[in-house]
Write a protein that binds this ligand. Structure first.
Ligand code: ZN
Length: 176
């Protein structure tokens, strides 16, 4: 089929990307491309929504981890006191752990204070986590820089915390 160019008025094939006479883009082809892009976006959003519904915690953790590495820098992790980024990172570390997810536990609030820094750490914090089940636990947290990322390592603060956290630790060896 031939169509008339919107710019110069001459006729050319409606299958061509642009007018052969003046080079003006073929609006029909442009609109088809836009529609294709919309369909691709709808598919991406549908797949993402499906994953969120089917595998919510895992997908959320995946994005939280990216987010975490994005927001926390060397400068953010010291001192521990009154440090929103430190508290948020510790909360996300705990909330995202298999232990917390499997027990539906969340840290309601985190209070961190500076401890003498361990070897190789940027910062060491003692953190008291108030949990949504009314209990509280204490962990020692080390922030370390590895391959440009800030990694967070945790361990129980005392024997009593070790008992409370035994399960948490056994399931989070990568965090110790
Ligand atoms: Zn033209």
């Amino acid at each position: 089929m031939l169509k008339n160019c919107d710019e110069c008025g001459k006729s050319y094939s409606d299958k061509a990307n642009s007018c052969v006479h003046c080079g003006a883009p073929n609006q029909i082809i442009e609109e088809d491309k836009e529609n294709e892009n919309s369909i691709i976006w709808i598919i991406i959003i549908a797949v993402f929504t499906f994953l969120m519904l089917a595998k919510g915690p895992e997908v959320r953790d995946f994005f939280l981890n990216i987010f975490n590495q994005g927001i926390i820098t060397k400068e953010d992790v010291s001192p521990c006191e009154n440090n929103n980024r430190v508290n948020l990172s510790i909360k996300e570390l705990f909330d995202g752990s298999q232990y917390a997810l499997s027990q539906s536990l969340k840290a309601v609030s985190v209070n961190a204070e500076t401890r003498p820094t361990s070897d190789g750490s940027l910062s060491t914090c003692a953190a008291k986590l108030q949990l949504n089940n009314g209990k509280s636990i204490n962990i020692l947290v080390d922030f370390k820089e590895e391959n440009g990322n800030i990694m967070i390592y945790s361990q129980p603060d005392t024997e009593a915390d070790l008992k409370d956290l035994g399960d948490y630790i056994s399931k989070n060896k990568d965090l110790i």
